[in-house]
Design a protein around this ligand. Structure first.
Ligand code: ATR
Length: 287
């Protein structure tokens, strides 16, 4: 019996800078899996045609910006977590049926547990501040709430934060669980009382470094200095990986916080995708 070469790829726009093809192709080669992973950099005007005509010819795709939500209507089944988050970053073609998953929240929580030694592996009862309320923040807030962490979302535009809070508040209460979630305008971070913004975990999910440059400020001056006396070390996680040490992480580290860099989440979410695509655990070198 001859088996044909498995076909995977990343669907995004722009997709030229993606690290995924190198990661997946090296892993397929190493594990002697007859598969290829290509870049599908699809312009928005060609997206529908691609989703309808090309997607089913592939065995699986990673989905990135700006298609994580738009892809949903073209799939046959959406796994529960992805449905609740409202975004799919992994599509698996199983015998002609397209299944959607979200591995971003898994990658985030795994990275947090592996790297935040001061928090321990049980995050229940901890408090997190999440900066931002976009697509990436949604997966992260969902992951944190699922771990029973209470969340404060700070966002430039309060309405966007409230949308996330309302969605998840409703969902978790439907399951009989209370989701502890509050939101404020980012400005309040500077104006408000420091006590209101004490936390165990601070997660930076906005595109501030891209949109406002590396001189931008996302936390108030001397925030970290003032929190130095907290019982536990503050964990600061910036999910951006270009640059690896963002201005926020640099300041946090200088003030004795434990820092987590964004590429770890990227690798962990890709390892989860690898498992979905091949049914195999990603080898250590993948990470
Ligand atoms: P992603 O999917 O990467 O999260 P997104 O959905 O476009 O991208 O969300 C971008 C996030 O970064 C939003 O929370 C955005 O704030 P608004 O909702 O107010 O637009 C935030 N953001 C972008 N540039 C920012 C800046 N210069 N300062 C603060 N927040 C910024």
């Amino acid at each position: 019996m001859t088996t044909s070469r498995l076909k995977y790829g990343i669907l995004a726009h722009p997709a030229v800078h993606s690290l995924s093809p190198a990661m997946f192709n090296a892993t397929f080669k190493k594990l002697k899996i007859d598969a290829s992973y290509k870049v599908f950099d699809i312009e928005p005007e060609n997206f529908e045609k691609f989703a309808k005509e090309e997607l089913r010819k592939l065995n699986g795709v990673s989905v990135s910006l700006p298609y994580k939500e738009k892809i949903i209507e073209f799939l046959d089944e959406i796994e529960e977590d992805a449905r609740k988050i409202g975004a799919v970053n992994t599509v698996l073609n199983k015998d002609g049926r397209l299944f959607g998953f979200n591995t971003d929240f898994l990658g985030f929580i795994k990275t947090l547990k592996e790297n935040a030694s001061s928090l321990g592996s049980n995050l229940k009862g901890k408090k997190a501040i999440v900066l931002g309320a976009g697509g990436a923040a949604r997966a992260i807030v969902y992951g944190l709430l699922k771990e029973r962490v209470s969340v404060v979302i700070l966002n430039r535009n309060l309405k966007n934060a409230e949308r996330v809070s309302e969605d998840f508040g409703k969902q978790f209460s439907k399951e009989g669980l209370s989701a502890k979630i509050l939101c404020f305008e980012l400005e309040k971070f500077t104006e408000g009382k420091l006590k209101d913004f004490e936390c165990d975990i601070l997660v930076q999910t906005t595109s501030v470094w891209l949109t406002s440059g590396l001189d931008a400020k996302i936390v108030p001056d001397s925030y970290f200095k003032k929190l130095k006396n907290l019982k536990n070390k503050l964990v600061v996680f910036d999910i951006v990986y270009k640059p690896l040490i963002t201005p926020l992480l640099k300041e946090a580290e200088e003030n004795g916080c434990q820092i987590i860099t964004g590429e770890k989440m990227l690798l962990n979410q890709a390892a989860e995708q690898f498992k979905i695509f091949t049914g195999k655990k990603a080898p250590k070198f993948f990470l």
